[in-house]
Design a protein around this ligand. Structure first.
Ligand code: SF4
Length: 396
């Protein structure tokens, strides 16, 4: 793929015309050739076979899509990325002006029954210091967040059995009674359709549940056999059925991720039409099976953010904490690639330090909601501004 081919792909994406899988894969490889930020460990092959066997799958190489070889120099690849980011910013500005929406993130519990292999708070991590916020503490966080100007609260936690439907519903009703002009987003994992329905009726407006990967075989490498890709998909569809503004999303550079996986992610997002999409680089956690894998590439992550902005122009697209952790100015770079949401942390300090999904996860500085003034200055310095607004999805 030469420079002109790549610029043509950018133009077509801008016009809302999604190229075929082969072209998309060739484009991603051409403008962000490195999938990972370092070498893959020697044990990766054995681990892969082991995980596939556990899932009852054959260790067979995935069918690669037919690629067009890249002939781009690194300068040319940089030029294509800049063109892509510029087009993504144009699209975002058309719909959101220079507004950046903030959500106050409250990490309600780091206990989890699941064992996602990439996650630092997985049930199997015996070294994680567990905590759970009480409903009173959560309401205090909301009260503080409201004073700071937040109009969306995101209650995020592991799949903690203490948070039954009844307890969560009561909490939602209290939040809505005290701050009726605020939206509440839940991010509490896989539950039944009946549970999602009950929580929606109790006042939850939105639900974040990353699909993680649209490739079922890749999913089986990232999760134990007890967690199924099909169930994740069923949950996402159940959320839409219940009327949530629904958030999907994925990591870039997770172990064994191929460019084909990313293309499948794009096609899934086109078909599913989520209202929100969370995209961040994979960052390893020292107490997980993926401790020795390299982090995902920041450039490739930004390319995916920009492509998703063009694919889903109205979507609420956060510049994620993982992006801020992987690169010093990652939050700003995410916005300059088309993101329009930030999620500063409203959790109490001790909780922030224990909610370690990956190594060195940011929880201080501009990541902390108390420092929203500093964050605003940083965002203003790149030509945007933080607004006091629920920031609901609007397709118009
Ligand atoms: S990613 Fe979520 S569901 Fe998976 S182990 Fe971590 S907190 Fe639990």
């Amino acid at each position: 793929m030469n420079l002109q081919n790549c610029l043509d792909v950018v133009q077509r994406l801008f016009e809302g015309d999604l190229p075929k899988a082969a072209e998309l894969a060739s484009f991603i490889d051409a403008c962000a050739p490195d999938a990972f930020s370092g070498p893959v460990p020697s044990e990766a092959k054995n681990m892969e076979s082991l995980f596939l066997a556990e899932a009852g799958l054959e260790a067979r190489p995935a069918e690669p899509v037919c690629r067009i070889e890249s002939s781009l120099s690194s300068d040319e690849a940089g030029r294509v990325r800049e063109e892509l980011f510029e087009r993504a910013r144009t699209r975002a500005r058309e719909h959101f002006g220079n507004s950046i929406y903030v959500r106050g993130l409250i990490e309600i519990s780091n206990s989890c029954r699941q064992n996602c292999r990439y996650c630092g708070i997985r049930a199997g991590n015996g070294q994680a210091e567990r905590y759970r916020l009480s409903p009173e503490q959560i309401l205090e966080c909301c009260s503080h967040g409201y004073e700071l100007g937040f109009r969306t609260f995101v209650l995020q936690g592991g799949e903690d059995a203490w948070f039954t439907d009844e307890r969560l519903a009561e909490l939602l009703k209290s939040i809505k009674a005290s701050w009726p002009d605020c939206a509440v987003t839940l991010s509490v994992g896989e539950r039944s359709l009946a549970s999602y329905r009950l929580l929606r009726e109790a006042g939850a407006d939105r639900f974040l549940l990353r699909h993680e990967t649209a490739d079922p075989v890749h999913y089986a490498k990232l999760h134990p056999a007890s967690q199924s890709w099909q169930n994740r998909m069923n949950c996402l569809h159940a959320l839409k059925t219940c009327g949530y503004q629904t958030g999907a999303g994925f990591m870039v550079g997770s172990p064994w991720q191929t460019t084909e996986c990313l293309v499948k992610d794009l096609l899934f997002l086109r078909d599913f039409q989520p209202e929100m999409v969370g995209i961040g680089p994979f960052i390893p956690h020292a107490q997980t099976p993926f401790a020795h894998f390299p982090a995902g590439s920041v450039e490739r992550t930004l390319v995916m953010v920009a492509m998703v902005r063009l694919l889903l122009p109205f979507s609420m697209l956060p510049s994620t904490t993982a992006l801020g952790t992987a690169a010093g100015n990652g939050r700003e770079r995410g916005i300059l690639a088309g993101a329009n949401v930030l999620m500063p942390n409203l959790s109490p300090k001790e909780a922030r330090q224990r909610y370690r999904l990956y190594n060195n996860k940011l929880s201080e500085g501009a990541e902390c909601a108390d420092n929203i003034r500093d964050l605003r200055k940083r965002i203003q310095a790149i030509g945007y501004d933080i607004v006091v607004d629920r920031g609901d999805f609007r397709a118009c």
